[in-house]
Design a protein around this ligand. Structure first.
Ligand code: FAD
Length: 364
């Protein structure tokens, strides 16, 4: 019998399983489909910077601690599995055309206050760094420590890393209910089996509230669709990740460029729409005009798990003694997965927590 059953094999569930197994815990993951094929696969792999010493809130600490852990996890996964997840510090430039956001002054001040490297860019400096960018921007700043990862590769590395640490890994295993004895959950139920354990952790992304409904707990996590268009061009016309408010262009070293993303309430419908794709292509060619000649390679969409206040739930589920939840990371689940794994290991094993989880409580 596993000591911990993790439900959901996206980046959050896999990271928790990897962390627990690395601390001597026997773990089983139950995944309804295949590992890492939902939001975690669809994401753009942007990893914002952070400074653990200067981060002011628990949410900022989760980002900052993850920033510290990403190079360590990437190196360890490479050594254990031979899979290079493509983690690298490419830097990012946030631009504003004067019509997208309310100005960048507050953002620059916030990065400065946290002690994260940030550089305000004059138009000359921007042209020097990225000559292919549209010069009509009204302001821009650079985050040299912004990183990126090839998330599909990272997921493959995590799956291999979990297997190397002895995690039992079940695909095609949707959890449809739980067996309870009072406040204790004794088993997770899949259509043809019961999976007993000492503790259970729901990491089912946008599907988590459906699973909570099964045990009569109402939790507001809804799917927010994000569409992405993938372009290909050689040579790459720019090197930094370019952010324009909530939208972005992410250049990969192999000449691919991800254009993202939309934010849509469309239930669990993962299609691409004409409006979504058109809007992203218009954005791309406005920001980097020479992309008008790039090849459109493919497009896809994914379902971000979104809570009402944008913060994840990292907690023991109310009215249960041994059911935990790690879900609702919205736009930051890839970036925040390493520190989420630390926090959940501390919660599940009853260790002192390194980050206060009050803002992430189910009952907040
Ligand atoms: C277009 C887009 C761009 C993004 N870009 C970024 C980015 O650049 N940086 C970043 O940090 N984040 C980004 N995100 C957000 C990030 O992808 C998510 O926050 C993160 O992937 C959530 O991970 P998860 O493991 O909670 O969810 P998921 O990856 O959705 O995984 C949940 C898993 O649970 C399984 N599951 C559900 N119900 C059950 C059940 N009953 N039984 C068993 N298994 C179940 C699902 O099949 C799924 O595999 C982006 C998201 C999108 C859509």
């Amino acid at each position: 019998m596993a000591e911990v059953v993790v439900i959901g094999g996206g980046v959050v569930g896999l990271a928790i399983a990897y962390e627990l197994a690395g601390n001597g815990v026997s773990v089983r993951i139950l995944e309804q489909g295949d590992f890492g094929r939902e939001a975690s696969w669809a994401g753009a792999g942007m990893l914002p910077p952070g400074n653990p010493e200067g981060a002011a809130t628990s949410h900022a600490k989760l980002r900052a601690e993850s920033h510290r852990l990403w190079p360590l996890w990437s190196r360890q996964l490479l050594e254990t599995t031979g899979i290079d997840n493509g983690f690298r510090e490419c830097g990012g430039i946030a631009i504003d055309f004067g019509d997208e956001t309310g100005g960048q002054g507050d953002e620059i001040a916030a990065w400065n206050a946290e002690g994260v490297q940030v550089e305000s860019l004059s138009s000359d400096r921007m042209a020097e760094l990225e000559p292919a960018l549209n010069p009509d921007v009204s302001s821009a700043y650079r985050l040299p420590q912004l990183c990126q990862v090839r998330n599909p590769r990272h997921l493959r590395a995590l799956v291999a890393g979990c297997a190397a640490r002895g995690v039992e890994m079940n695909t095609g295993s949707p959890v449809v209910g739980f067996e309870r004895k009072g406040e204790r959950i004794v088993a997770a139920r899949t259509p043809d089996s019961l999976h007993n354990a000492d503790a259970f952790c729901v990491a089912a992304g946008a599907w988590s509230s459906r699973l909570m409904d099964v045990i009569g707990i109402s939790m507001a996590i809804e799917p927010i669709r994000g569409q992405i268009v993938l372009l290909k061009t050689q040579p790459l016309p720019f090197r930094h990740i370019i952010e324009i408010g909530p939208r972005y262009l992410v250049p990969r070293p192999d000449g691919r460029i991800l254009i993202g993303s939309t934010e849509e309430r469309a239930g669990f419908n993962k299609v691409n729409t004409a409006a979504g794709v058109t809007g992203l292509l218009q954005l791309a060619t406005r920001v980097v005009p020479c992309l008008k000649d790039a090849t459109v390679e493919r497009c896809w969409s994914g379902l971000r798990p979104s809570s009402a206040d944008g913060l994840p739930y990292l907690d023991r589920v109310p009215e249960t003694a041994n059911l935990f939840i790690a879900a609702g990371h919205f736009r930051s689940g890839l970036q925040m997965s390493p520190a989420t794994a630390t926090v959940m290991r501390e919660l599940i094993l009853g260790e002192e927590s390194s980050i206060s989880c009050e803002p992430f409580a189910c009952t907040r």
